[in-house]
Design a protein around this ligand. Structure first.
Ligand code: PMP
Length: 441
């Protein structure tokens, strides 16, 4: 009997033993293709000896140093690599151990920024429905994933409110132009600022590409510039959560690079360390650091394991590999192949309502009825059943469901490593096709 409180208490998980490239070997059965990088994490594949070496060398040299006393070379070099050239004005980094911790830090940094510049009344955050920002109480309260919020609703803070996401498949009205839809969403955000009192809002928060909750939902062109304009007009910050969509997954290092805007604070995690170590972080604009430096002189936040030397060494190695091996170029090339293969295989499938994504970050949304876009009964847990069938067919895809306003939406995410080859992409789609056909004939 396992002594671990597993995700499911009905069925023990499989035992994973080893991984190389896109392949993961369990204790039993043939290896499976990791077509989702776990949850869009394993971005350079498994078992890269260069990362293993970096981890070992750092652990031998110095496994841990508390940031009250020291900084470390790995953290300094990682920050230099990420923000030394100040992409979009982002000039400083802060490293933590997960995506949730990154989002907590983003919220607190935004709050402290306004205290430092003499606007203490700014304490509210507007996020979007159908979003996920993490499972700690701050991040959970911020997010709009109803299924995950529900049991903990009484514990969640009241400084968070939600507006509609840009979600063409479910949110755009029939006959509504893209420009009109974006204008409607900008008006909704503006109305929420007005309802709360524009001077009380610290930030608007969004995933640049929605991840787990709705499945690889990209914004329409012009959406983020319109949201940025509303924030700027009201003096609020824009926080982008790129925990899942960032660090190259979309084909550019940051997903916002393709949106024509830059955030004030950006959260990163999964692809930062590629799963070799737990690490997340936030990147921030120079004006925020300046306000803290000229004000109280410290970010009033901290964790025992922040900027952990071994985690930073692993992330530094992963980030160097992405650059040295030109992996973003491969992401863009394989993105086109993956999109085409998914369209060909599932474009006419009676129960695949939408095929969406960008880069190596694609989702299939399953529907009972394509014409009305009606979802399956959530009790059928179609996403889970497809995941199990896919595992049996030898491919890992990431399942989510019942998360669009707590009732709609079954989808699976395909997010292979940036190293994926054309034959691997083809095999992923072929095996996923077998699984989908088996479950949804
Ligand atoms: N934000 C987003 C967009 C995520 O996808 C996730 C994880 N799925 C998180 C935050 C939380 O990250 P973690 O699970 O590492 O705490």
């Amino acid at each position: 009997m396992s002594r671990i409180l597993h995700r499911s208490l009905r069925k023990d998980p499989l035992l994973a033993v080893s991984g190389r490239g896109l392949m993961v070997q369990g204790a039993e059965g043939p290896p499976v293709i990791d077509a989702s990088g776990g949850a869009a994490v394993a971005c350079i594949g498994h078992g890269d000896p260069r990362v293993v070496r970096a981890i070992t060398e750092q652990a031998e040299k110095l496994a841990y140093a508390h940031t009250v006393f020291f900084t470390c070379e790995a953290a300094e070099e990682l920050a230099e690599l990420l923000v030394g050239h100040e992409p979009g004005g982002l000039s400083h980094a802060y490293f933590v151990s997960s995506g949730s911790e990154a989002m907590e830090a983003a919220l607190k940094l935004a709050r402290q920024y306004f205290l430092e510049i003499g606007q203490p009344q700014r304490s509210r955050f507007i996020a979007r429905r159908q979003s996920y920002h993490g499972n700690t109480l701050g991040a959970l309260g911020l997010g709009g994933n109803m299924a995950r919020r529900e049991p903990y609703e009484p514990l969640l803070a009241t400084c968070f409110s939600h507006v509609s996401p840009c979600f063409a498949y479910h949110g755009q009205k029939q006959g509504e132009s893209d420009a009109d839809y974006v204008a409607r969403l900008a008006a909704e955000l503006d109305a929420e600022f007005q309802r709360l009192g524009p001077q009380t809002v610290a930030a608007f928060v969004a995933e640049t590409i929605v991840g787990a909750t709705a499945g690889c939902v990209t914004a329409l062109p012009g959406y983020f510039p319109a949201m940025r304009e509303v924030c700027d007009r009201h003096g609020a910050l824009l926080i982008l959560d790129e925990v899942m969509s960032g660090m190259g997954r979309s084909g550019t290092l940051h997903a916002w690079e393709q949106e024509g805007i830059a955030p004030d604070i950006q959260a990163i995690a999964k692809g930062l360390g590629g799963g070799y170590q737990p690490i997340g972080g936030i990147l921030m604009q120079g004006k925020i650091v300046k306000a803290l430096a000229e004000g109280s002189g410290a970010f009033k936040h901290g964790h025992t394991y922040q900027a952990h030397p071994v985690a930073c060494a692993a992330a530094l190695a992963v980030q160097r590999i992405i650059r040295a091996d030109n992996l973003l170029e491969n992401v863009r090339a394989m993105a086109a192949r993956l999109e085409a293969a998914l369209q060909e295989r599932f474009g006419n499938h009676a129960h695949v309502g939408d095929i969406r994504g960008r880069g190596l970050f694609w989702a299939l949304e399953f529907v009972e009825d394509r014409a009305s876009r009606r979802s399956f009964d959530p009790d059928r847990k179609v996403n889970e059943v497809v995941k199990d069938a896919a595992m049996a067919a030898g491919v890992m895809i990431y399942p989510m469901g019942g998360t669009i306003d707590g009732k709609l939406g079954d989808h699976v995410i395909v997010a292979p490593a940036y190293t994926a080859t054309a034959p691997e992409i083809d095999r992923i789609v072929e095996r996923l096709g077998q699984a989908v056909d088996q479950v949804l004939r």
